[in-house]
Design a protein around this ligand. Structure first.
Ligand code: TYM
Length: 332
């Protein structure tokens, strides 16, 4: 079975609809046919300042949302990145074969460093994609289900794996991105030229999974559209409507054509109202289950510790091979 690895940064209040449709739904669907490993990437989270107590809480919240979405521990390994030291260890080694210029070309780094300013742009933020490469390469991963925004990081991961292999001998499996079209990029409901993101200036266009259903419905019904009346898919001319159709398709499993045909001759109001109902209905059991899991943090921690043991065993094997290849003395 192909190995699948993916992760998300813990976020304090809730994951958003982009995380859910862009990644989590695919993680769940893949479970039947692959060997899945899913991670809460708290080492990545501290590349921006975090309140320690909140970070702990965010990691639990994020793990709870994976489980509530349908990640099943019988089939999947679920763990928190900082509990498996091999991630940081391999990242160091990979950093030594990453070009300074190469890392500097990462568009996410360029965007973030511009936004944060020179003072808050840390070396950790710069080497962030190298840590991500380590996450993936430690598990001999074949497929990485992510949203489109991670495509460049995946390319870097593949380059580093290939470079290490040619310098030190075949060690790493070269992974591939898994980015289904419809859900690859969910946009902000108020600004359909920007991807939905927790760092958006305003939360009006950000659908948070754990929000009150009334808030979610209102955000969807207030989504920005255009001055025409026709419901059809056209990314360039009709970004708002196209985004709603993408969300509809990803949330319902129907094709864009089927949905567009159903709304032919009907108004934007109908589409938004029914999409709001669909999303709220879909998220309802998810929310309830998340809060239920969060009621018992000790049990959640116990499940995560089991996941960390399973992940460590696999990661240590690959790391030992890397250390051997690089020429480190074996510890007796
Ligand atoms: P993160 O935490 O920003 O996002 C988690 C996942 O959600 C996807 N995503 C979206 N998909 C569609 N539309 C959107 N608007 C949208 N916003 C976010 C992301 O593509 C991602 O799949 N660096 C990664 C985390 C990471 C990782 C890894 C992923 C660390 N190590 C190893 C895969 C494998 C990140 O910050 O994702």
């Amino acid at each position: 079975r192909p190995v699948v690895f993916s992760g998300m940064q813990p976020s304090s209040d809730s994951l958003h609809l982009g995380n859910y449709l862009g990644a989590l739904v695919n993680w769940v669907a893949l479970q039947d046919t692959v060997d899945p490993i899913y991670c809460v990437v708290d080492l990545h989270a501290i590349t921006v300042a975090q309140d320690p107590a909140k970070l702990r809480e965010s990691s639990r919240r994020t793990a709870a949302q994976y489980l509530a979405a349908g990640i099943d521990l019988e089939r999947s390994t679920l763990f928190v990145q900082s509990q498996v030291p091999a991630h940081a260890e391999l990242a160091w080694v990979l950093g030594t074969i990453t070009g300074f210029g190469e890392a500097g070309r990462m568009t996410q780094f360029k965007d973030k460093s511009q936004r944060y300013g020179a003072e808050s742009t840390t070396v950790g933020l710069f080497t962030y994609p190298v840590l991500m490469a380590a996450d993936i390469l430690l598990y001999e991963t074949n497929l990485v289900p992510v949203g489109d925004d991670q495509r460049q990081h995946l390319e870097l991961t593949r380059d580093l794996a290939g470079r290490f292999n040619s310098r030190y001998g075949e060690t790493f499996v070269i992974p591939e991105a898994y980015i289904p079209e419809a859900s690859a990029r969910i946009y902000d409901l108020q600004d359909p030229s920007a991807k939905m993101s927790k760092s958006a200036a305003s939360e009006a266009g950000l659908v948070k999974l754990l929000d009150d259903p009334k808030v979610t419905a209102k955000k969807i019904k207030s989504a920005v559209t255009d001055a025409e009346r026709e419901i059809r898919y056209d990314r360039q001319a009709k970004p708002g409507i196209s985004n709603l159709l993408d969300i509809y398709a990803a949330a319902s499993g129907e094709s864009i054509e089927t949905i567009a045909a159903r709304y032919e001759g009907r108004g934007y109001g109908d589409l938004k109202k029914e999409l709001a109902e669909l999303v709220v209905e879909r998220l309802e059991p998810f929310r309830a289950r998340t809060f239920e899991l969060l009621d018992d943090p000790a049990e959640l921690d116990r499940l995560l510790a089991i996941g960390a043991d399973k992940a460590s065993e696999r990661a240590e094997r690959v790391l030992a091979q890397v250390y051997e290849r690089v020429g480190f003395l074996r510890r007796r």
